[in-house]
Design a protein around this ligand. Structure first.
Ligand code: NAD
Ligand code: UDP
Length: 320
């Protein structure tokens, strides 16, 4: 049995990862400061004697004995990471330093949840890992993009200078149950709007593209990356190459929910990437038997069912 620390474990992805690691017979320590995470996402794990919850902010050091660390703590929705940009940078950079320092001290293997945002508004399409990106270093997304880029540099340098066993994954847009309904990301926004027959808010003309990955495919990829040979550190893209415009996404969600919603257009936020699609050649080669297995329609159906159930029960997930 391994003892595994998941920072950001009470968030959307982290809660699924904690659940899956427990199912595989590990002991899991979930660390979170509840900035965007909630206890309600992991409350079903609390009775498990192998699950432990720690309220802690990773911008401050912490000492604990574990075998592996998954470093997920960081707000991921533009609305949330732009709320306090300096705090976002501190979480990415100081958080990485603290977790890498811990990994070094206790000889643990550590995986960084990096992002397709390191490619910025890409001029190479689809994006392979050896593309250096096109990021505005002073724009409204820079606190997140540059914070994550600096974290990648820290991971590589702790590996090269201090022999820390590191893994870097670049996650492309991921969705699924346990996203926050008011999280601000496109999938949760469109589903909540469609379920309530409200206008669907497409930013810009809606021709910008994203590649959407269902959360279980991401969790599979993360665990397989952690298990790769020690000499392979990444970075590696984890995403679903199916590429859709925001107009296509809106129409698919309207169809799947039988909604009476109309599409309206709102201003496109600054520096919003026009296209994004992962090149997953490396992931297919390095991650044993991994490939995205949930297509957009099936993933959306599961996610719609989750939001629908949440609304029906009238249980606000903010209560806990
Ligand atoms: P999320 O906002 O649901 O989860 C982030 C979690 O980190 C929350 O529980 C939050 O409370 C916690 N957190 C934030 N700052 C913290 C701090 N200083 N100390 C301790 N905990 C803190 O987001 P998510 O979608 O689950 O994303 C998880 C990770 O994956 C993030 O690092 C994100 O950058 C990365 N990622 C996600 C996506 C995606 O589409 N979901 C894409 C690329 C990268
Ligand atoms: N978007 C949109 N309507 C919304 C929320 C987002 O059209 O209500 C667009 C946004 O401008 C972007 C895309 O959807 O082009 C994905 O946005 P999200 O915030 O989900 O992720 P990111 O921009 O970080 O990839």
């Amino acid at each position: 049995m391994k003892r595994i620390l998941v920072t950001g474990g009470a968030g959307f992805v982290g809660s699924h990862l904690c659940e899956r690691l427990l199912k595989e017979g590990n002991e899991v320590v979930c660390m979170d400061n509840y900035f965007t995470g909630r206890k309600s996402k992991i409350v079903h794990l609390m009775d498990n004697p192998y699950f432990e919850l720690i309220r802690h902010d990773i911008t401050l050091p912490y000492f604990i004995e574990v075998d592996e660390i998954y470093n997920l703590a960081c707000p991921a929705s533009p609305v949330h990471y732009q709320h306090n940009p300096i705090k976002t940078i501190k979480t990415s950079v100081l958080g990485a330093i603290n977790m890498l320092g811990l990994a070094k001290r206790i000889n643990a293997k550590i995986l960084q949840a990096s992002t397709s945002e390191v490619y910025g508004d890409p001029e190479v399409h689809p994006q392979p890992e050896n593309y250096w990106g096109h990021v505005n270093p002073i724009g409204i997304r820079s606190c997140y993009d540059e914070g994550k880029r600096c974290a990648e540099s820290l991971f590589v340098n702790y590996h090269e200078s201090n022999n820390v066993l590191v893994k870097i994954i670049r996650i492309f847009n991921t969705y699924g149950p346990r996203m926050e309904p008011d999280d601000g990301r496109v999938v949760s926004n469109f589903i909540m709007q469609a379920l309530q027959d409200q206008d669907i808010t497409v930013f810009g003309d809606g021709t910008q593209t994203r590649s959407f990955q269902y959360v279980s495919d991401l969790v599979d990829g993360m665990i397989k990356m952690m298990a790769t040979e020690d000499t392979f550190i990444g970075p590696i893209n984890i995403g679903n190459p199916g590429e859709f415009t925001m107009l296509e996404l809106a129409q698919t969600i309207i169809d799947l929910t039988n909604s009476r919603s109309k599409i309206i257009h709102m201003p496109l936020p600054a520096d919003d990437p026009m296209q994004r699609q992962p090149d997953i050649t490396l992931a297919k080669e390095k991650l044993k038997d991994w490939k995205p297995s949930v297509d957009l329609r099936s993933g959306l159906e599961k996610t719609i069912k989750y939001f629908d159930g949440m609304m029906l029960q009238n249980t606000s997930i903010k209560e806990l």
